[in-house]
Design a protein around this ligand. Structure first.
Ligand code: SF4
Length: 258
């Protein structure tokens, strides 16, 4: 299976403190997007997952629909298992909602870092918090029976890591069924205290899963889907090893420190 990422736009209506982008100027033309799509089509029948990202891809909704339709019209040449749209979900009008509802191979990956306190680095362009808008729109998706096709992507950094367990419980109460926990990219440093907190918080999440207190599936670190609830003691040990090795060895700041 191969995974492709299609960049639709550089522009974004937000300015998150840890954003990985350095420029917010461009919206890509159809010709530029089509070049990316044609590479996928040339790859042939091998199973594919396709992710649309930005900037904020819903800012260029017409282009998103056009790109989706272009690939769907080529399904005689390619096999797409599903599409992901990575969005800050600050924009959700009727057209967008209808598009999500009508196309059941589309999954929505929403950036929200947990409860209000945890999400304070996610900001509108004017520097104000976007938390309330995003939560309202998640509720709207759930109300429209899209819960099986949405996932919340939490970014963990040193200002929210100590509350990771609380944040997961909050999203679980909100009704979110899948939570993907990632670590901030190199736009913010992390240290060993961060790593230890990250691991400790995962232990609490794991315990809650085992006690049946959390119904959300937790997908950690973007690599392999891990349902913590099914972990045996041996697997929990593996999980800690896995996290420690990932966190200590794959983050550049830690690498330099080691
Ligand atoms: S939503 Fe935030 S992290 Fe994503 S592109 Fe916009 S400013 Fe950057």
């Amino acid at each position: 299976m191969s995974r492709y990422t299609i960049y639709l736009i550089e522009q974004c209506n937000c300015r998150c403190v840890y954003c990985y982008q350095t420029s917010y100027e461009r919206a890509y033309t159809w010709e530029e997007i089509k070049v990316q799509l044609d590479v996928i089509i040339q790859d042939g029948k091998q199973d594919k997952i396709i992710e649309f990202i930005g900037g904020e891809p819903l800012l260029t909704f017409d282009m998103l629909v056009k790109a989706y339709n272009y690939l769907e019209n080529n399904l005689n040449k390619i096999t797409v298992l599903r599409y992901y749209i990575s969005t800050n979900l600050t924009i959700l009008n009727k057209n967008i909602l209808d598009f999500f509802r009508e196309n059941d191979n589309i999954f929505i990956s929403i950036s929200l870092d947990g409860n209000r306190e945890m999400n304070k680095l996610r900001l509108w362009r004017n520097g104000k918090e976007n938390y309330f808008t995003v939560v309202r729109n998640i509720k709207k998706l759930i109300k429209n029976n899209l819960n099986d096709r949405l996932m919340v992507h939490m970014v963990c950094h040193k200002e929210n890591v100590d509350n990771l367990h609380k944040g997961v419980k909050f999203l679980n109460r909100l009704g979110v069924k899948a939570i993907d926990i990632g670590i901030v990219e190199n736009t913010m440093s992390i240290d060993k205290n961060f790593c230890n907190s990250f691991i400790n918080e995962h232990e609490k999440i794991s315990l809650d899963k085992k006690k049946g207190k959390l119904t959300s599936v937790i997908i950690t670190l973007d690599y392999e889907p891990i349902s913590l609830g099914s972990f045996s003691k041996k697997d929990s040990t593996y999980l800690i090893y896995y996290l420690r090795n990932y966190v200590y060895k794959n983050h550049i700041n830690i690498e330099q420190e080691a």
